[in-house]
Each structure stands twice: as structure tokens, then as C-alpha cells.
Design a protein around this ligand. Structure first.
Ligand SMILES: Cc1cc2nc3c(=O)[nH]c(=O)nc-3n(C[C@H](O)[C@H](O)[C@H](O)COP(=O)(O)OP(=O)(O)OC[C@H]3O[C@@H](n4cnc5c(N)ncnc54)[C@H](O)[C@@H]3O)c2cc1C
Length: 463
């Protein structure tokens, strides 16, 4: 399979989950693979300024604040307020572990890493930092994305942040305005509110996280408001002014919000600048994203693109699978079992949210006769024991075939719980059935038991 005409069979640009998925799939498949990374360490935005640091910080905040709320600690007179620096301390260690582990994957599979900015010289060669071109038969562009920055906001102002710079925030503000209520905005709203910071969440749309099931949207909206987050819908930014004592957000509706700091979380742009795309005839869209077909091939068929650089769903989980899928296509393998169209959503708010499959809205629009089964966490023994009683599991199923069509969950560990339902949904045909949940003995007490409770609840509605 190897074509000695080129230095490599595959050259991957970017070492985030998208690039790693493609590189490992192809290296295991016998291709000669190399990767380029412009950051000083491998792992991508996922490891260094996205998924991993944000989730590590979230864990530090939740566990510390839960401990501090323990009445026994209060009785002992322990009433301290951790600094952001203290809460962030563990993050670097986790990032270090991730980098070491991922580096070992490249080492073990003999995949060299070229450090520097990769630019296409022509359709079969890239140059790293202007060095001698490296040639390859195939390429994968997995260069990720960065926060979109409106031209008229001053991101050098010490009180104005985006999702990359917020991780370095030094002083804990007493109030924070978050502009943009997508997944990143809502997750940070929840996190900072848990720290006791007054949060204003400005949404440019009519509802939070519109792609979710309506009942879950209602639940997260209720819980965020209940925790004290002020949410404004249907707003648009007029101007952002950084002042010595705060930041003023002027909205087109005439409202003005002044807070200690502002986090801009509205939109992302694909990392396609300075990649030499003009030398290979590829034109990114206005968000800097590269158009691809169903095999992740760009308009130049031996050049693939995966991950955030192609746009939604912009998840680390999806990027890795897309990378593998592109690799399989290069190897001439079918990727039919990768279920690329059934990517679950995990949103790490408090309460956590996760879903897979269709929403009630989608099923209703498609006139599919479905039924709903629900389990409230408060009725589960495990939730009562752990005190994590806020939450619900909701199963949507076909009322004639009993096929599971959608699983929606909010509450503690929702992003783990969802995968039980996803496993049952995955095989097509008869094995995907609500009967699995009522014919299976679940450990007791567990959160997984919610599936049996929800299934019985739903099946009892049938007539
Ligand atoms: C705050 C935040 C929280 C998130 N939380 C989650 C979550 O909980 N779950 C989840 O699934 N996803 C989450 N995401 C999204 C996730 O991080 C991204 O979807 C994922 O990192 C995309 O992977 P990627 O491989 O496409 O790109 P990246 O991980 O961004 O990697 C791209 C790499 O390419 C390198 N690069 C770019 N251009 C070049 C070049 N020309 N030459 C050489 N190297 C280059 C970059 O330096 C980078 O290392 C979060 C994102 C953010 C910002």
C-alpha cells in the first residue's frame, strides 16, 4: 500500500482528537504517518485550552464547594473562599498526564511529530515553519478552532475574556457577564455561579441550547435561574466597553449590563488562516471552516478535514470518530459501524445534561408515533443515598415497535448514564427494544436503575 514516491502515506496537521484519531487509525492500518503540531505540546485545544482544563476546573469547583457547604466543616469554623489559582492548581497535572499518555501513542506507533506551523506548498507537500517541504499521498487537516472575536471588543483589556483566556483569569470577579449561551457559555455560567459569582447570561437566541429536548431546556433554564443566574434571551451586543472598575455591555435592546468582568462565548472560527489553503485551491467559509463530503474529503479528494475545523458538532468526542472515519476511508475500509450520525451530547452544567437520538420536537414533526417513559432521580434509592436527587431520565420510544428513539437525561452523571441507553439504541432492528430495560436485572442501588423505572413508566402508557 505504501507509495515510496512520497515521504509519508499520510500527513496530519494538528494533534487534537481529530488528528490523533486519523493518525492512529492509519498507523495501525500499516500506513507511514507523520503529524505536525504548532503548539509546544501535543493534545490540541482539547487538552490545553478546551475540554480538559474546563472539566478539570469544573471538578475542582464542584468538589471544593460541596465540601465547603458541609455543615460539619462550618461547625468546625472552616469557612474559606478558595482562589481561582488554588482551584486551577490540579489542572496542569491532569494536562501533563494527558500529554504523556498521548505522546506514548505516537511513539509506540512510530509516528514522528514535526513541531511548527504547517502550510501547504502544493497539493502533495507541506512546509513546517518554512522548512524544506515534506510530501505525502494523503493529508488530514485537523487544525481545530478558536473563539471568534468581534473586531470592536478589546480583548487586551484585563477584564474582557474569551474561552481561551478565561482559564488564566487571576482575580475572582464578584460579578460576570457571559455573552453567548451555547454549550461553552452555559457551562461557564454554571461553573462561576457555583463559585458564588453573580452571573448574567446573555443569550442571542429565544431559548437556551435549542438543539436539546424542550423538557431538558426547561429544566436547565429553571435550575440555572434557581441558582441565581440572570438569563436574558433574544439579545444582541451593541458594544462592549472595558472600564477601570468593570465592563459595560450595551445591548441593542437598550439594556446595559455592568459587571466586574465579561466572558465572550459567542461563536468559533476554524483555524484555517496561514495554512496555505490558497496554494491548493481550498476556500474556507466565512467562519473559517472547510467544506467536506460524507467521507470527510475536501474538494481536493486526497486531502481530508475533520474536527472543529469543519464546524458542528464541535466536540472532542466527534472529532476523534471523524478522524478514524477519514482514516478508514483512506485505507479502503467501510466506516458504517462508527455511527457518526448518533453523536451524544454531554453538557457539564450543574445539573449535568446528556442526550442521544431524537427529541420530542423532532419526532412530532416527523409524525412518528412515540411514547415517553420517565424516571425522576428523587425516586431512586441511589440518588437518595448520595443526596443527588435533582434529575430525570427520559426515554422516547416507538409505541408499536418499542424501538428506543431518544434518550435524554439531566442530573448528576447524566453524561455517563446516557451510554446505557445509547448501547441499546445502537443495533438496528429487533435488539433495540424497550424490553431490554424491563428484562434485565440492574445492580441495586444504582442510577442505571432509572432505565427500568423509565421503561416501566413508558410501557404502562401503552394501550
Ligand atoms: C471551553 C471548552 C470546553 C469544551 N468542552 C468539551 C467537552 O466537554 N466535551 C467535548 O467533547 N468537547 C468539548 N469541547 C470541544 C473540543 O475541545 C473540541 O471539539 C476539540 O478539541 C476539537 O478537536 P480538533 O482535533 O478538531 O482540534 P483541537 O483539539 O483544537 O486541535 C487542533 C490542533 O491543531 C494545531 N494546529 C492548528 N493549526 C496548525 C497548523 N497550521 N500547523 C500545525 N498545527 C496546527 C493546534 O495547535 C491544535 O493543537 C470544548 C471546547 C471548549 C473551548
Amino acid at each position: 500500500m505504501s507509495d515510496r514516491k512520497y515521504d509519508y502515506d499520510l500527513f496530519v496537521i494538528g494533534t487534537g482528537p481529530g488528528g490523533e484519531g486519523a493518525a492512529m487509525q492509519c498507523a495501525k492500518g500499516g500506513m507511514r504517518v507523520a503529524v505536525a503540531e504548532r503548539f509546544r505540546q501535543i493534545g490540541g485545544g482539547c487538552t490545553h485550552w478546551g475540554t480538559i482544563p474546563s472539566k478539570a476546573l469544573r471538578h475542582a469547583i464542584t468538589s471544593t464547594m460541596t465540601a465547603l457547604k458541609n455543615p460539619a466543616l462550618r461547625e468546625m469554623g472552616i469557612n474559606t473562599r478558595p482562589s481561582l489559582e488554588q482551584l486551577r492548581r490540579g489542572t496542569q497535572a491532569i494536562i501533563g498526564q494527558q500529554v504523556t499518555m498521548r505522546q506514548s501513542f505516537y511513539d509506540r506507533n512510530d509516528v514522528p511529530i514535526y513541531q511548527g506551523q504547517a502550510r501547504f506548498v502544493d497539493e502533495h507537500s507541506v512546509s513546517i515553519d518554512g522548512d524544506e517541504p515534506i510530501t505525502a499521498k494523503h493529508f488530514v487537516i485537523a487544525t481545530g478552532s478558536r473563539p471568534y472575536r468581534p473586531a470592536d471588543a478589546d480583548f487586551n483589556h484585563p477584564r474582557i475574556y474569551d474561552s481561551d483566556t478565561v482559564l488564566e483569569m487571576e482575580h475572582k470577579p464578584t460579578s460576570l457577564c457571559i455573552y453567548g449561551a451555547g454549550v461553552i457559555g452555559v457551562e461557564y455560567a454554571s461553573m462561576f455561579r457555583n463559585l458564588g459569582i453573580k452571573v448574567n447570561l446573555i443569550n442571542t437566541r429565544a431559548k437556551l441550547l435549542e438543539f436539546l429536548d424542550d423538557e431538558i431546556i426547561d429544566a436547565i433554564s429553571y435550575h440555572l435561574r434557581d441558582q441565581g443566574v440572570v438569563i436574558r434571551h433574544n439579545e444582541a451586543m451593541e458594544s462592549i466597553t472595558g472600564e477601570d472598575d468593570g465592563v459595560v455591555l450595551q445591548l441593542k435592546s437598550g439594556k446595559r449590563v455592568k459587571t466586574d468582568a465579561l466572558l465572550w462565548a459567542n461563536g468559533r472560527s476554524g483555524n484555517t488562516e496561514d495554512l496555505g489553503l490558497e496554494n491548493i485551491g481550498l476556500v474556507p467559509n466565512r467562519r473559517g471552516q472547510i467544506p467536506i463530503d460524507e467521507h470527510f474529503q475536501t474538494a481536493v479528494p486526497h486531502i481530508y478535514a475533520v474536527g472543529d475545523v469543519i464546524g458542528v458538532p464541535s466536540l472532542a468526542s466527534a472529532a476523534y470518530t471523524q478522524g478514524r472515519s477519514a482514516g478508514m476511508h483512506m485505507l479502503g475500509m467501510a466506516d458504517g459501524n462508527l455511527r457518526l450520525h448518533d453523536i451524544p451530547t454531554g453538557i457539564y452544567t450543574s445539573p449535568e445534561i446528556s442526550s442521544v437520538g431524537k427529541t420530542e420536537r423532532e419526532l412530532t414533526e416527523a409524525c412518528i408515533p412515540y411514547e415517553v417513559g420517565q424516571a425522576q432521580f428523587k425516586s431512586l434509592a441511589r440518588a437518595q443515598i448520595t443526596g443527588q436527587t435533582v434529575g430525570m431520565l427520559k426515554l422516547l420510544f416507538h409505541r408499536e415497535t418499542l424501538e428506543v428513539l431518544g434518550v435524554h437525561c439531566f442530573g448528576a452523571n447524566a453524561s455517563e448514564i446516557i451510554h446505557i441507553g445509547q448501547s441499546v439504541m445502537s443495533p438496528e432492528g429487533a435488539p433495540n427494544s424497550m424490553n431490554y430495560f424491563i428484562e434485565t436485572t440492574f445492580n441495586y442501588p444504582t442510577m442505571a436503575e432509572a432505565y427500568r423505572v423509565a421503561a416501566l413508566n413508558g410501557l404502562n402508557r401503552l394501550f
